[in-house]
Design a protein around this ligand. Sequence first.
Ligand SMILES: NC(=O)c1ccc[n+]([C@@H]2O[C@H](COP(=O)([O-])OP(=O)(O)OC[C@H]3O[C@@H](n4cnc5c(N)ncnc54)[C@H](O)[C@@H]3O)[C@@H](O)[C@H]2O)c1
Ligand SMILES: O=C(O)[C@H](O)COP(=O)(O)O
Length: 393
Amino acid sequence: MFKIKTYNSIAPKGLQVFENNSYMLNESDNPDGILLRSFNLHDESIAQSVKAIARAGVGVNNIPVKELSDQGVVVFNTPGANANAVKELVLLSLFVSSRNFLPAIEWTNTLKIDNSTSIPSQVESGKKQFVGNEIRGKRFGVIGVGAIGVLVANDALALGMDVVAYDPFISVNTAWQLSSNVQRAHNMDEIFSTCDYITLHVPLTDKTRNIIDEAAIGKMKTGVRLLNFSRAELVNVEHLQDALEKEKISNYITDFPTEKLLKMKNVITIPHLGASTVEAEENCAFMAASTLKQYLETGNIQHSVNFPNVYLPFTRLSRVTVAHKNIPNMVGQITAVLAQYEMNIANMLNSSKDLWAYTIIDLDSKAEHKDSIIQKLLTIDGIKKVRIIENER
Ligand SMILES: NC(=O)c1ccc[n+]([C@@H]2O[C@H](COP(=O)([O-])OP(=O)(O)OC[C@H]3O[C@@H](n4cnc5c(N)ncnc54)[C@H](O)[C@@H]3O)[C@@H](O)[C@H]2O)c1
Ligand SMILES: O=C(O)[C@H](O)COP(=O)(O)O
C-alpha cells in the first residue's frame, strides 16, 4: 500500500490513477509520494518516507528541488500538458493589450439610460477614446521556445505577426515543431530593440530572475507591450513601474498579480489562470499521477526534473533502485554489496543527469535481508536513496 499526500485541488482524472486497493490518498503521515500544483513546498518539512514528488504543471520553483535531490527524492513535472491552455490566454492577451477593450467594456457598463440621448448615440460619440491597434504586421518577440513558446510563436505567425524567437537551449523536439517562418534571434537584445510585443516563456531560475530590468527596458522600443505568463520574478517591478510611468512600456499583462502590480496603471493582472482549463488540469493531473505511480511501483523514471529518465521493463522477481551522486565507482560499489549477499544480477541500467545518477538492478530472486542490504548501500558515500521493490505481478 502506497500513501499519497496531495496539495491543491487535483483533477479527479489524475486521482483515479491510484487504485483503491494499492493506494491511500490524502495521507499526511509518512507519505510515499506527494502530488501538488503551485503549493509552496519550500516552507514545509518533507517526511523521510517521501520517495517522489509530482508537480501537476510545469514550473517547479515552488519545490526545493536541490535539497530533495540531495535526499534522493525524484521530482516530476508534466512537460507540455498545459501548454495549449497557456498559449490561448497569451493570444487573448495580445488582443487585450491592443484594443482597449477592458476599459471600453467598463465604460459601456457606466452608460446611463436616459430619454435625451440613446445608448447607441452615447456609444458612437464616446467610442473614439478607445481606438486601439491591430496586431497584424507587428513584430512579436518570444523569449523561451519550449512547449508554450513554440505554440505561441506558430499561432502568432498565423495571425499575421512578424515573429522572432530567442532560446539558446531549444530542444530538438521543439525545433522540429517551430515554423521555419519564425526568425531566430541570436540574443535577447535583438528582441528588445526591434519588437512591438514581447512575451516571456522561460522558467524562473537564478539566470532568468529579473531578465526584464532597467537595462533590458532601455533597449526596447517606446510603446512596447509586455506579456508575462511565466513567473512574476522575471520582471523587475520597480523598473517596470518607471517604464510604465514614462510610457516606454505601454502596458503589461501578467498572470501573476502582486501587491505592487495591483496599484500600477496600465497593468492587467490575471489570477494565475494560464493552466486553469478543464483540459489542462486533467492532462496535468493524469500525467503527474501516472509518472508518480510508475515510479513507486517499478522505479522507472519519466519526466523528472532532477534525475535521468530511465526505463527498464520490470519482468524479474525483484528490483533494487539507487539514487546517487554522478561520481565514479558508484555502480562497482553497489554491485559489490549485492555480491556480498550472493545476489545474482539479472539485468541493470545506469544513467545520469547533471550532478545526479540512478541505477536499477534486477534480480531473479526475491531479495532476502532487504533492510540490511539497504542499510549497507546507504553507508556508501554518494548514495542518497535505496529501494527494493518486489514484483507483485
Ligand atoms: N501561467 C501559467 O499558468 C503557466 C503554465 C505553465 C507554465 N508556466 C510557466 O511558463 C514556463 C515555461 O513553460 P513551458 O511549458 O514552455 O516550459 P518548457 O520547459 O517547455 O520551455 C522553457 C524554455 O525556456 C528555455 N530557456 C531556459 N532558459 C532560457 C533563457 N535564459 N533564455 C531563453 N530561453 C530559455 C528553455 O530552453 C525551454 O525551451 C514554466 O517554467 C512556468 O514557469 C506558467
Ligand atoms: O507552472 C505551471 O504549470 C503553471 O504555473 C500552472 O500552475 P497551477 O497548476 O497552479 O495552475
